[in-house]
Structure formats: C-alpha cells, structure tokens
Design a protein around this ligand. Structure first.
Ligand code: UD1
Ligand code: UDP
Length: 369
C-alpha cells in the first residue's frame, strides 16, 4: 500500500489538508500525518475538529520564533523521519515554512512531492512575506502541482512547469468548509451574547508579518474610529497568538465595550462567526477564499493579494493598511446596499467542494504510472 506523507505545521494547512487526508484514505492509500509543530494550540484545535491524530510530531514551536530558528528546527527534525521509512509521496500545502521545508525534504530524499494550492503569485517577493517566496520555492521542488484555479495554473505554465504535471482542482478550503458547516454547532455563551447584542457585526483577523508595527497600528486605529462613528457596529476580533499581534491589539483596542477581543476561535466557531457577520476585514489567505461561499464581503488588509480571482468576482476589495481607505471602504459597505450587493452576489471562484477528491485521484494515477 502506498504511504503518503503529509507534512503540515500551521492552522490553515491542517484545515486545507484534512479533506485531502480523508480522500487519500478513501482511494486506498495510507496517509501518514506529520505535524512539524510550527503552530501549537491553534493547530491542536484543528486536529480535534477534523479528528486527525498526527502519526509524527516534531514540536518545534517556540515563543516569538524567528524564520531562521523555526526553519532550522524543522529541517533538522525532518531528516530522521525520511531515514526511518520510505514514502511514495510527500504532500505539502500552500506557502508556510513547514510547506517549503516539507517539499525540500521530499526533494533531498528523492520522494516525489505534491503541492496543494500551487501557483498563487502576488509577484511581490516581500508581500506576503515570506509566503510568496515559500510558495515559489515549494513549487520549484514539486512533481505534481495542484493549483486551485485556472489563473494559478497559468502562473505555473509561465514558469516552465510541464502541463501534464499540473491539475486544476479548486481549493480544498471549500471542501473543509462545506464539511464543517454540516456538523452540529452551538456557540458558547460568550459568543451567543455577542451575536444577540450586536446590531452590525464586523469580524476581523490580522497576522501578516509584513504588516507588523506601524501598518498594523494604522489598521487597528481605523477599527477604533469605525466603532466610535457607528454606534450600531460591534467588532469581533479573534487575536492571533503571535506576540507581535497581541501587543498592538491590546495597546489600541482593549477595553472598548463594542470591541470583543478573544483568543483564536475554533474552526466551527470561526466559520459560524463569519456567517453571523455583516463585513469581514482580514489579511488571512483562507478567509479570503471561504467568505465568498458564505456571501460575506472581505476588505483585505493588504496592499497586494495572490488571490486576484476574488477581486475579479467582486467578493474581495484590497484596502491595504491605510486608515482612511479602510474607514472609507467600510463606510461604503455599511451605508450602501448597492456596494454591499456588488461584493456578495457572485459565486465563489475558489472551488466546488470536490478539490480533495480530484487531488487524491491524481496522486493515485501518478503513483500507478
Ligand atoms: C504562520 C505562517 C503564515 C500563515 C500563518 C497562519 C510562516 C512563516 N508563517 O504565521 O504563512 O499565514 O502561520 O496562521 O510559515 N503562536 C503561538 N501558538 C500557536 C501558534 C503561534 O503561541 O499555536 C505564536 C508563537 O509565539 C510563534 C508565533 O506565534 O512563535 C509565530 O508563529 P509562526 O508560525 O512563526 O508565524 P505565524 O505568524 O503564525
Ligand atoms: N480560522 C479559525 N479561527 C480563527 C481564525 C481563523 O479557525 O480564529 C480559520 C479560518 O476559517 C481559515 C484559516 O483559519 O480557514 C485561516 O488561517 P490563518 O488566517 O491563520 O492563515 P492564512 O490563511 O492567512 O495562511
């Protein structure tokens, strides 16, 4: 039986690979899940939801880790994993340090590499940073590329990847979302109180490294201005555990009665919070892909995005980190039903919920050739 090694490390990789792990098993192969431990508690929460018990854990996370330190710990701990066992394929997802180093370790051991969510490009190597670099590097070591959209396929073709090694699949985040929306769900008392009292809810997330410091402070000051100017608006902001984010959030947004700061939400809590919100403001990649399925507009807190399909469909709007622009675009959504409808009426360009099935089929075919 083919053993397929899934190397993952962060919250979004778990969400986006969970459906692939299930699909690979359904196709009669043996998934082996390796958690680098790049994320700790927010990863554990995702494993619980998707009922994944990692076979191998590397436990690399440290408080406020640097790119150098987390990378060297991951790479060092991956070597014995490949020495212990031969895998038919290594699967990585996206653009994290774990994904890049997972692909690198596959390459070093001559294990074929499959890259899920391949081919997204912002064409700015420092935004998102270091994700644009990580995704390109992972792609350059990959044997089987799974871009979610036609546009991401074209990016790979432009870089000289052979067409028969590329399969457009849709994004597996949609598979995960559809699966999770069917699960029974009860919000906590705290969330229920917010949903009951909030007249107009804005959901916020922010964690990009390139925004740390003044850009992020501008975003948070704009959020404060929005609640000050709109007495019917409340903000729910699950704060990423990165200490750089937590510090700034606490400085600017703590202690406002209509700004609800909380720890990262579990996946079910988060997707239901998206559903309950009127507007989403986020620099998250996954949130940009999920929100259009829930018909929620996303003001993207970034200057560039590697997800232009959402801009084109109208579901996303780039607002960067300029406080005035953020305020103005939020105001439009709050005040103009036409603006709101323009961002919420089109279908989701990121997939139909069957991406994982297509990926598993392609892996099986690749291994049988
Ligand atoms: C990482 C990814 C980013 C992805 C994001 C998803 C890299 C370089 N960055 O960014 O692409 O969008 O995950 O969330 O791969 N921490 C905890 N507990 C946790 C997780 C993180 O305390 O469960 C704190 C730690 O202090 C850690 C810090 O957050 O050192 C940063 O974690 P890291 O994975 O390096 O970067 P992220 O900003 O989470
Ligand atoms: N998410 C979650 N709880 C939160 C915030 C996000 O479950 O408090 C989920 C969200 O639904 C999405 C994923 O985490 O699927 C996005 O992860 P993140 O924003 O950390 O990373 P990115 O997608 O930017 O790489």
């Amino acid at each position: 039986m083919h053993k397929i090694l899934f190397i993952l490390g962060t919250r979004p990789e778990i969400i986006k690979l969970a459906p692939v792990i299930m699909a690979v098993e359904n196709e009669g192969m043996k998934p082996v899940v390796l958690h680098t431990g790049q994320h700790r508690e927010i990863a554990e929460e995702m494993f619980r939801v998707f009922k994944i018990n990692p076979d191998i854990r590397l436990d690399v996370m440290r408080e406020n880790q640097t790119l150098f330190s987390v990378s060297s710990r991951i790479l060092e701990k991956l070597e014995p994993v490949f020495a212990d066992c031969r895998y038919s394929m290594t699967v990585v997802q996206g653009d994290t340090t774990s994904a890049f180093l997972g692909a690198l370790s596959g390459y070093y051991t001559k294990t074929p590499v499959a890259h899920v969510e391949a081919g997204l490009r912002s064409n700015d190597k420092f935004s998102p940073f270091p994700e644009e670099g990580n995704r390109r590097l992972a792609g350059s070591l990959t044997d089987l590329h799974f871009p979610p959209t036609e546009l991401s396929r074209k990016n790979l073709l432009k870089e000289g990847i052979q067409p028969n090694n590329i399969h457009v699949t849709g994004n597996t985040v949609i598979d995960a979302l559809f699966w999770a929306l069917k699960l029974p769900y009860q919000p906590s008392e705290k969330l229920k109180t917010i949903y009951d009292s909030a007249k107009r809810l804005i959901l916020v997330t922010s964690h990009r490294r390139e925004s740390f410091g003044e850009p992020q402070r501008r975003v948070f000051r704009a959020l404060y201005e929005i609640v000050q100017n709109y007495s019917e608006v409340e903000i729910l902001f699950p704060v990423h555990p990165n200490p750089n984010v937590r510090r700034e959030v606490a400085d600017i947004l703590e202690n406002h009665p209509r700004i609800h700061l909380c720890a990262p939400l579990g996946y079910l809590d988060f997707i239901h919070a998206m559903e309950k919100s009127e507007i989403i403001m986020s620099d998250s990649g996954g949130v940009q892909e999920e929100a259009p399925s829930l018909k929620k507009p996303v003001l993207v807190l970034r200057d560039v995005t590697e997800r232009p399909e959402g801009l084109e469909s109208g579901a996303l709007k780039l607002v960067g980190t300029d406080g005035e622009k953020i305020f103005a675009e939020c105001e439009k959504l709050l005040e103009s039903p036409a603006e709101y409808s323009a961002m919420t009426r089109n279908p989701n360009p990121y997939g139909d919920g069957r991406a994982a099935f297509r990926i598993a089929k392609s892996i099986k075919l690749f291994l049988s050739e």
